[in-house]
Design a protein around this ligand. Sequence first.
Ligand code: NAD
Length: 335
Amino acid sequence: MKLLVTGGAGFIGSNFVLYMLQQHPDYEIINVDSLTYAGNLENLKSIEHNPKHTFVKADITDAQAIEQLMQQDIDVVVNFAAESHVDRSILEPDVFVKTNVLGTQVLLASAKKYNVSKFVQVSTDEVYGSLGDTGLFTEDTPLAPNSPYSASKAGGDLLVRAYHETFGLPVNITRCSNNYGPYQFPEKLIPLMISHALSDKQLPIYGDGLNVRDWLYVEDHCSAIDLVIHQGRLGEVYNIGGNNERTNVHIVETILAELGKPKSLITYVQDRPGHDRRYGIDPTKTMQELGWKPKHSFETGIQETIQWYLKNKDWWTRIQSGAYQEYYTQQYGGR
Ligand code: NAD
């Protein structure tokens, strides 16, 4: 099987490429990524000499470049490429629309032209909006995105749906909850808090810290996408979640306790505008239809993640000295 993976130098995409080459050593992967601030070829160092993996630096909005890749007998497209950080989408929404909507359209048009056997759109539970204290998102929950990020992802998802309904393109959409694990860019909650705690810097928490997210270890996300590629019914949406709802403050306190650091490092900062209160995902369909089951509880996943960040300090300190620093100063005033 030959896969075209987009965004495979980012957090989940690189974990997915490594996972697939391990699970299916005979598969070929073409990995296309434009290497924005979030793309990092260091994530793929362990496979730099693997002849089954080819990296191509290109933008998914570049129709000509995408067409050249799609011509190479691609069986399955897995689209991870996206602008993915909600805070950044509040600062500059236009780049989110360009990559997440227009980029998806370019990929779909090319996938249709070259008759791929499946197009998998990797999406997010954030397209469903926010929940109250009870209830879970199912695949039938109406889309009600609240941030420019989630609105642009919903736009991409609707185009994927339309290509299936209008042109019969074989597609699946996956929607998953918050991922965590190795190679996550240190602007996201868990790696941000681990890196700050290790440097004895303040740990900024939005609002009252009681926003709830449903946490999924990245390898469990990858195993679900693998099943969707092989067994997903065409045209279907699959929700992927770890049944691990935790408040942000619980996450931060767990990290501090694991690292033996004081709670006094926590500092509460002004809430994010439009901050969704709670996400919770119902993964029953994916579990029942595809036989998927996450291997990691939150407690084991967070320990493995902390250990990885402890062992790979060079990886995240190099990132923190670069473009990330500029953004962080703008967002948090250099705190
Ligand atoms: P990420 O920001 O770490 O990686 C995104 C990658 O896409 C980067 O390598 C970047 O260089 C690349 N990219 C961005 N714009 C591009 C463009 N125009 N052309 C080519 N490449 C481009 O994101 P992530 O956390 O790995 O998320 C991957 C996917 O999973 C996204 O589609 C995101 O919406 C979805 N998702 C993420 C989470 C999460 O918790 N991280 C949860 C649900 C869904």
